[in-house]
Structures are given as C-alpha cells and as structure tokens.
Design a protein around this ligand. Structure first.
Ligand code: UTP
Length: 293
C-alpha cells in the first residue's frame, strides 16, 4: 500500500541570533512578511500540500506562535461587536486552519534534535519537515511538488537548489547521480551529503534547503547519531546514516526561495511580497520609484 504524507513538522525552537535584537523577546517565526507571520506561510504551504496535522517544535519564548494559531476570544468578540466582518474572518480562519500540536525542545540542541522531538507524534509514517525561515514563492507549493515525488518513489525526498560560487559553503551540499524519470533533470538519487564544505570540496552545486520529506526510519538514525560541534545534533548527520539504509532523492523544486532568517533576505522578501499584493503593490511601487537610489 502506498503511504501518504499527512504530518508536517516545523522546528521553531532555534534562538534566531541573526535577527537580534528583534528576536530577544519575540520568535523570529512571528516576524511579519507584510502582514502575515513567516511561519503562517509555511503552515499554509503544508496544508495546500495535503498535510492536515501540524507539529510545531517550540522552546523558551515561543508562546506567541501558540497564541497565533489559537482562538482569540477577546479579539473576536471585539471585532464582532464592531461589525468588522472581514477582519473577523481573517482572524478566525487562522485558528480554524488545522489541527496543530506542540512539542517543547527544552534546550536548542540542534535541528536534528528538534526533529527527534516529534517522534511520538509522527509515529511510524512518512512526514514533512519545513524550516519556516525558508519562504518559497511558487506556483505549485514546493512541498506539494515534493509530495508528488514521494508518492511515486516512497522514499525520502530533500528539496535542493543550485547555488553558484562560494555561497555553497553556507549549506549542506549533495553528491548525486541523475535519475531517468518524468521529472526531467529535477530529480537525482543522493549518494552522499556534506555539511558546509569548503567551495573547492563541494561535491556539487546542489544545496539542501529547508524542505524535507523523511521516512520514519530517520528517528532511529537520529537517536544513534553522535552530537557534533557545539553539542548539537545535526539533521544532515542523521540523514547520512539514513542513506546507508534507504534510497533518498533530491528534487530541484520550481520556485523562488527567500531566506527570511537573514536580515537582507527578509528585506528582499518583504519588498517582493508587498509588490505582489493587490491592495499595496501599486502605491508601494510608486513609492519605490520616487526614492533617490
Ligand atoms: P537556524 O540554523 O536558522 O538557527 O535553525 P536559528 O537559531 O533558528 O537562527 P540563527 O542562525 O541563530 O539566527 C534552522 C531551523 O532549525 C530550528 C530553528 O528554529 C530553525 O527553524 N532549530 C534549530 C530548532 O528547532 N532547534 C534547535 O536546537 C536548532
């Protein structure tokens, strides 16, 4: 019987140091791109890709994420009384969106450790992992593209993007071989992966980005993985051991990724998303044209 991806895990327990001081008392996942928190873009992508169970890994200071996806009685009552129906619908639609559960990662011991925290809730089924920082603007949601690959291969699928030049050293990098399939030159079988290699040692220009579909075998692999530098458990190390047991695929997704965990990436995403808005795009474009750059 073919398996389906129904659960999506959002590791959101990181400290967000690149965005200090904004992230001192506020999760970076709640920073708004125009008027919607970053994490909501990811949650909507997961739902449009067929995942109706959302698991968010939280930590200290992340209460605002839980409040955001919860019912807000006082706000709803006030909007109802003032007959602000449009706003009321927006607010309600967020809490009505899906079934969401939270697991607390008590210490930020790495992305691999955060994923391992979801073990009991995910149980014995394939699942998606989305890093909310990576906001992907795509005609077909990035995760949905990956789900199509999973449904055909029934193997783990990692989203990848071509990164040219020295910037490749900031990513996990894949060693791959091409696969003949109707996905054309977008699909590869993974041979190996290296975390942040020197540019001259990178096995390819295919970088790992923040979207994964993993089989539940990853949990045993992570549980057996030794912690690396800084006492952190790396997801890449766990996936390398998964590769010894099972085939894994890399998929070059179609779309445009914004790294909103980085200040410049966040600014670029804000401008691009605002320009696309029906209500704001026109006046915002006029404003930008008027700037002396
Ligand atoms: P990042 O590498 O972006 O780290 O984590 P960070 O702490 O969020 O941000 P910076 O680099 O200090 O600015 C990648 C993803 O893994 C999650 C983060 O929340 C982010 O979604 N993560 C990381 C955890 O959930 N737990 C951890 O222990 C580490």
């Amino acid at each position: 019987m073919t398996k389906k991806v129904r659960k999506a895990v959002f590791p959101a327990a990181g400290l967000g140091t690149r965005f200090l001081p904004a992230t001192k008392a506020q999760p970076k996942e709640m920073l708004p791109l125009v008027d919607k928190p970053i994490i909501q873009y990811g949650v909507e992508e997961a739902m449009m890709s067929g995942c109706n169970q959302i698991i968010i890994i939280t930590g200290r200071g992340k209460q605002a994420i839980e409040d955001h996806f919860d019912v807000s009685y006082e706000l709803e009552k006030m909007l109802e009384e003032r007959k602000k129906t449009d706003l009321l619908n927006i607010v309600r639609s967020i809490s009505d969106m899906m079934y969401v559960s939270y697991v607390r990662q008590k210490e930020a011991l790495g992305l691999g450790h955060a994923v391992l925290m979801a073990r009991e809730l995910v149980n014995d089924e394939p699942f998606a992992v989305l890093l909310a920082d990576d906001v992907i603007d795509a005609q077909v949601p990035c995760l949905k593209q990956m789900v199509q690959v999973f449904e055909e291969t029934q193997c783990s699928v990692i989203a990848t993007q071509i990164v040219e030049g020295k910037m490749i050293s900031s990513y996990g990098v894949l060693d791959v071989k091409p696969v003949q399939s109707h996905f054309g030159d977008r699909l590869y079988e993974i041979q190996n992966m290296v975390e942040k290699p020197k540019p001259e040692e990178a096995p390819s220009n295919l970088a790992i980005i923040g979207r994964y579909i993993l089989t539940p075998a990853i949990f045993d692999c992570l549980a057996r993985t030794q912690t690396g530098a800084g006492g952190e458990l790396q997801l890449t190390d766990g996936m390398r051991s998964l590769l010894q047991k099972e085939k894994m695929y890399a998929y070059v997704y179609e779309g445009r990724r914004h790294d909103t965990g980085d200040k410049l990436g966040f600014l670029k995403a804000t401008v691009e998303f605002a320009l696309k808005r029906d209500d704001l795009g026109g006046p915002f474009r006029e404003y930008l044209k008027g700037l002396k750059l």
